[in-house]
Every structure is written in C-alpha cells, then in structure tokens.
Design a protein around this ligand. Structure first.
Ligand SMILES: NC(=O)c1ccc[n+]([C@@H]2O[C@H](COP(=O)([O-])OP(=O)(O)OC[C@H]3O[C@@H](n4cnc5c(N)ncnc54)[C@H](OP(=O)(O)O)[C@@H]3O)[C@@H](O)[C@H]2O)c1
Length: 339
C-alpha cells in the first residue's frame, strides 16, 4: 500500500510517500481500500510535531478520516467486501489501505461521493459534540461561530440551524460570506477591527454560546460578548501558526502562545459565564457516543437537512499542497486527498 509518512516533523517536504506492506485485519476489524481522505487542521499540527496526541509516535501516518470500499472483513461481521463506507481512525488515514475496528466504519449516505464522505466524520463529530455535549445549545439560542466557512464552521452552521438556533458567522475574508448565508447563518461578520462591535450590535443581550478555533485574538472578546449563563467553547488554536508559512517559527509560536488568554474561575463565577474546551480525538474510544452521534448525523443527511459543502480535492501524493491550501486561511468547506 501507499502511505504518506512523517518521519520527522517539519515543513511540507516532511510528508513523504512510501510503500508499506498491506495491513491485515484482526477479528473485529475490517480493511478498507481507501478512495478519499479528509484533511484537517490537526494534520498540520501532526506534521509540525505540535499535536500532543501524536508525540512519541513518529514516524507517523497522519489522518483521522477516510472513505472507500471494504476489501477484507471477517465472516459474520457487520461489513462485507464491496461495501462503500467512511470511517474514523486515530492517525493512519493518509494511506491507500486502512484497518480499523468495524464499529469505526459507517455506511456512505446515498448520493454522497467518496470525497464528500471522507469529509464527514471529523468536522461533524466536532460540531455535534461542541453544540450538544459541551455547549448544550437549545432552540432559540443566539450563537456566534468563528471561521464559519471552514470545515468545522460549516458543520456548526448546519447543525445549529437543525437545533433551531440563530447563528451569526465570523469569517476572515469577504469571499466566504455567501457560503455561510447559504448554510443558514443569519448574518456574517468580517473579522476586521470592528468585528466585536458588529457582533454586539447583532445580539445586544449577548450570545448564549461562542465557538472559537482561532484561539489567540478572539476568545477574550468572545467572552465579553457572552450573555449571562453563556458558554465560550474554544476548540482550536489556528492563530498560533503564521498563515501560509508552511513551517513553525518557534519564536513566533512561543510569543503567540503567551497571548492565548487565561480565564480565572473567579471572573467566570462573578460574571456567570463559562469557558470550555475539548478534543474529539480523545473520544474515539467512546463507542456509544460516536455511534449515537453518527446515527443522528446520518439521519439528518438522509432527510436532506445537512447539505454537501464545497470539497477541494488533491491527489494523495500532493498532500503538501493540501496542507499549504489549508494553511493559507482562504479555503472553504473541506479539503480531501484522493486516490
Ligand atoms: N478540538 C477538536 O476536537 C477539534 C476537531 C477538529 C478541528 N479542530 C480545530 O478546528 C479548527 C478548524 O479546523 P478545520 O480543519 O475545519 O479547518 P478550517 O476551519 O477549514 O480552516 C481553518 C480556518 O481557520 C481560520 N484561521 C485563523 N487563523 C489562521 C491561521 N493563522 N492560519 C490558517 N487559518 C487560520 C481561517 O478561517 P477565517 O479566517 O475565515 O476565520 C481558516 O480558514 C482548527 O483550529 C482545528 O484545529 C478542533
């Protein structure tokens, strides 16, 4: 099989295409001939050596999600050779062949092609967990969603609409506005020097929840924008990296890390607002949670309540180009690698 391997963390050239022996499934597992792989911001952190859960695991094959066709599954299991599936894995998806426990695979929804299916699990599970398990949103809530045109952002917008919430999107570039409005944002704010004032005008009583994966400059204003009882959910730190740089400048990284805001329990209690964080990659072992989330998501997809978002494809061997595009901060929807 072919796999993209990071032997030593670094720039785009550290994503190396290698030939490896085909993995064999053990009882309870299935092997998938991969057709497409979802690219996530976390893969960039893995490539750079900044991803906590990947530490000590190099050489590593990055990648959390894939789609393809089952090509080997033990008799009597849930899957049969030829089934079109998508799935999650804790690393290892940047590969032409993936072996995972059978309950980490899900059926491709009708009318969704392999690139679209590969882009489902990471962003929708993240958005689902953030909305329903962390922020506990309810119908009628006012939500502020940063990076609303990105992978997780477009999933948050769609699930917020399903939950009956009013969502305001924030984006870094004007060209992203139309997509957010199409996916259900009531209004979209450009992240310029006036964004906080504009956000305040759109929800004068404050937001019930703010979703932030910028991580450095926006969480503090996001906390200020909360209504009493509101929750600030910080789930990413894209701003730690320089847009489009390809490598990590340790000096700049360290400086930005110092600027990640700190919130004291005292100020949270005094203002009746909360700050929360999570990482879905640590939830893959919670089989019941993943199963019920995915059942609901696939139900909504089947009912046409979740629409397809733009997908930009790159060949597996050009994984570096896909990372470069995501690092530019200009992409919309999902990026995938195809075979
Ligand atoms: N905690 C979790 O479980 C979890 C799971 C999945 C993803 N995440 C996090 O969620 C975020 C979104 O992930 P994604 O894969 O869906 O990516 P994405 O949103 O499609 O792309 C990242 C977006 O972040 C914004 N951004 C802000 N500063 C940036 C910078 N310095 N460089 C590049 N982009 C920058 C850009 O949008 P705007 O300029 O429009 O804001 C960019 O389009 C990431 O921070 C990721 O680490 C967390």
């Amino acid at each position: 099989m072919r796999a993209i391997v990071v032997s030593r963390p670094g720039g785009h050239s550290s994503l190396e295409l290698q030939e490896r022996p085909n993995p064999e499934p053990r009882p309870g597992e299935a092997r998938v001939a991969v057709k497409a792989i979802g690219v996530n911001f976390a893969d960039i952190a893995v490539r750079l050596g900044l991803y906590e859960a990947a530490k000590g695991r190099y050489p590593i094959v990055p990648g959390f999600e894939f789609s393809g066709v089952v090509d080997r599954a033990p008799e009597g299991g849930r899957w049969r050779a030829g089934d079109p599936v998508f799935g999650v894995t804790r690393f290892g998806a940047y590969s032409s062949s993936v072996v995972v426990p059978q309950d980490q695979l899900f059926p491709c929804p009708a009318g969704w092609d392999f690139p679209q299916c590969a882009g489902i699990p990471a962003v929708y599970l993240t958005a689902y967990y953030a909305l329903f398990h962390v922020a506990h949103v309810e119908a009628g809530d006012d939500l502020l969603i940063h990076s609303a045109a990105g992978g997780v952002g477009t999933a948050l917008l769609q699930l917020a609409r399903i939950a009956g919430c009013r969502a305001i999107g924030v984006v870094g570039s004007e060209h992203k506005t139309a997509l957010c409005l199409r996916l259900g944002a009531e209004a979209v704010i450009l992240r310029d020097h006036r964004w906080e004032r504009r956000a305040k005008e759109l929800a004068p009583s404050g937001y019930d929840a703010v979703f932030d994966a910028n991580g450095v400059s926006t969480p503090r204003p996001g906390f200020r924008l909360l209504a009493p009882g509101g929750r600030l959910v910080v789930y990413g730190f894209a701003e730690l990296l320089s847009k489009g740089s390809g490598g990590a400048s340790w000096l700049k990284l360290g400086w930005r890390a110092l600027r990640v805001p700190r919130f004291s329990p005292l100020e949270m209690t005094a203002s009746n607002r909360a700050v929360m964080g999570f990482n879905v990659v640590f939830l893959f072992h919670r089989k019941e949670l993943i199963k019920s989330a995915m059942e609901r998501l696939l139900g909504w997809i089947g009912e046409g309540k979740v629409s397809k978002v733009p997908v930009t494809s790159f060949p597996l061997e050009q994984a570096g180009r896909a990372h470069q595009a995501l690092e530019s901060g200009q992409t919309m929807g999902k990026l995938v690698l195809t075979l």
